[in-house]
Write a protein that binds this ligand. Structure first.
Ligand code: SAM
Length: 288
């Protein structure tokens, strides 16, 4: 297959698929450097604001990050109903910690990020993402491989959120059966594991693999969806695994919990929460 022109000056072509590219115009490149783990870049786009890429794959943009971060935090936390201890694996930009910490009932957030460079860089170039989360005394930041962390961890968490890169490079290990098994062992009774699982229309195998592992581990294993414009190719899937029945929390209970939390959201609503678990046929067919 002929390789398309992907070197247009003033544009970033996302290097995620061989046969499908998303291009974002660059107004200004603010940062471009390599850590020992990955290439980190940030540039501004007129529509999405500041855009963070790792190894030339879009991780987050100022314009649409709220959808991803709200859906990976408020769905499991409000479904659980009494989450006190939350573990975030990855999440170096701080957006996930920001949303978790908006729940005043959460007492402790442990965030395990492999790359200190992402944290330092995000604080400087994307301060709106963490919005002070790194200074919150409830946050414990651990710079380590998330897979290693769950192997050695004796703590138990009510909610575990895997905010990883795609399954290439350092993030690959976070999509393995053994990682999921160890993560499950770190859940308290009734705990919930949620994961970023890519865009099923384009990355179906990734979802199938995670769901196969989840179905072997959890009494309730499925995924839920949200559309994030810069994760191109249709809605994105989030893996959901628990031995409890939090997914069936009635709408009225979610409404009450959401009101009690006193959180203002731009995407999450209890109705969206419930509806996100309704899966179209092509996604259902990816579930083993
Ligand atoms: N929302 C993004 C997406 O889906 O495109 C991903 C967010 S980004 C914050 C993911 C983070 O996971 C990066 O900061 C990366 O350094 C971190 N990460 C990758 N592999 C990891 C591992 N094995 N352990 C801990 N963190 C990891």
């Amino acid at each position: 297959m002929a390789v398309p022109q992907t070197q247009l000056p003033g544009w970033t072509f996302e290097a995620l698929y061989d046969d499908y590219r998303q291009a974002l115009a660059e107004d200004e490149v603010l940062y471009d450097s390599r850590t020992e783990h990955q290439r980190i870049r940030v540039f501004t786009n007129p529509r999405f604001g500041r855009v963070l890429t790792l190894d030339d794959v879009v991780q987050t943009t100022e314009g649409d990050e709220f959808i991803y971060h709200e859906m990976l935090t408020h769905v499991p936390i409000l479904a659980h109903g009494a989450a006190r201890r939350v573990l975030i694996i990855g999440g170096g930009d701080g957006g996930m910690a920001r949303e978790v910490l908006r729940h005043s009932a959460v007492e402790r957030v442990t965030m395990v990020e492999i790359d200190a460079g992402v944290v330092a860089f995000s604080k400087k170039y994307l301060p709106g993402l963490s919005a002070g989360a790194f200074d919150d005394p409830r946050l414990e930041l651990v710079i380590a491989d998330g897979a290693q962390f769950v192997r050695d961890c004796a703590d138990r968490f009510d909610v575990i959120i895997v905010d990883s890169t795609d399954p290439v490079g350092p993030g690959e290990v976070l999509f393995t059966d053994s990682f999921y098994g160890r993560a499950k062992a770190c859940l308290a009774a009734g705990g919930i594991l949620v994961t970023q699982n890519g865009v099923p229309f384009l990355q179906g195998a990734e979802l199938t693999n995670t769901m196969r592992a989840f179905r072997a581990l959890f009494a309730d294993a499925t995924c839920y969806l949200a559309t994030v414009p810069t994760y191109a190719g249709g809605p994105m899937a989030f893996g959901w695994g628990t031995d409890g029945d939090a997914r069936r929390t009635p709408a009225e209970t979610l409404q009450d919990r959401f009101a009690a939390a006193g959180i203002e959201t731009r995407y999450y609503t209890p109705e969206v929460h419930r509806g996100a678990f309704a899966l179209p046929g092509y996604v259902l067919r990816l579930l083993p």
